[in-house]
Design a protein around this ligand. Sequence first.
Ligand code: SAM
Length: 347
Amino acid sequence: MKDLIDKLKKNNSLSKDEFVFLIKNRTPEICEHIFKEADEVRKSVYGTDVYIRGLIEISNYCKNDCFYCGIRNSNTSLTRYRLSEEDILKCCMEGYSLGFRTFVLQGGEDSFFSDDVMESIIRSIKERYPDCAVTLSLGEKSRSSYERLYRAGADRYLLRHETADNCHYKRLHPVYLSLDERKKCLFDLREIGYQVGTGFMVGSPFQTAENLADDMCFLMKLKPHMVGIGPFLPHKDTPFKDYRQGDLELTLFMIALTRLTLPNALIPATTALSTLSSSGRIKGIMAGANVIMPNLSPVNLRKLYSLYDGKAFLNEEAKEGLSKLMEQVKAAGYEIVSSRGDYKKEG
Ligand code: SAM
């Protein structure tokens, strides 16, 4: 086992079978070992810096019907909202004063946020905060839309592939969504010039170790700048309400494998990880993550951006939450820094 981890650390690659072997045969001792190795690799590229991204959840309307997601179109129990440009700028203003230099605009696939509307929002943010990065996470769009938003000033785009296995993808999504289309979007985004983030859920229904190994192989192929990995968490108003949540140790293990595969990647310790365990964020950082995405959305709307049950930090004000987070991160031996936190190129 340790020799395979050494091999991955040295070559940044393994075969699918080798990934499967590691995932299936991991023990608590191997987990401890890989977390240490991943931490060392992260420190060699990014030191102890932890970057913060201000997450602004701009809309919970979504035309899609992903079986796992609480904001899916068929969920009629949910009150829907969308933020105005003014609301979004207010969130940025608060975030900027707290030290955030990246704003992540995330939402369901909501046709209200047309290219015209998004272009205006991106330009307004970049005009007011030229030293900040704008990240979009708004789902699948045409290449021309991605190009337009890039020209308007967007720097980064997050679009998790969710699972890199075609059959598994079909069991998580309605028929009109396809893994090929999702992957095409990711390669388009990369070619256009965005810093690209992908990622997957750990422990989603029907997932096997082979599926997770496929996720690792897809990461080796795409070479994304950012990778978001979080546990699947059930939501009571979805077809997957009775499925078990993803496992904490396995999620941390996948984060560590990702750090060893992509030493320069920006890897968040996700909100889903914190929802699974109150120490999830810190454990994520200790397993190789180097980004945290505190919520800057208006506090009264956060519960409506309900992807899964029990979402963490619902009532935490950005201000108090951030200083507490800084202390926790410091106590673990890392430091939250106020910077754009761009991807560091290899070499
Ligand atoms: N609409 C955009 C998209 O499709 O990429 C962004 C919003 S989408 C809700 C953001 C991410 O939430 C998804 O990529 C998915 O991995 C995650 N997510 C949704 N439901 C989840 C659940 N039940 N458990 C864990 N993560 C979930």
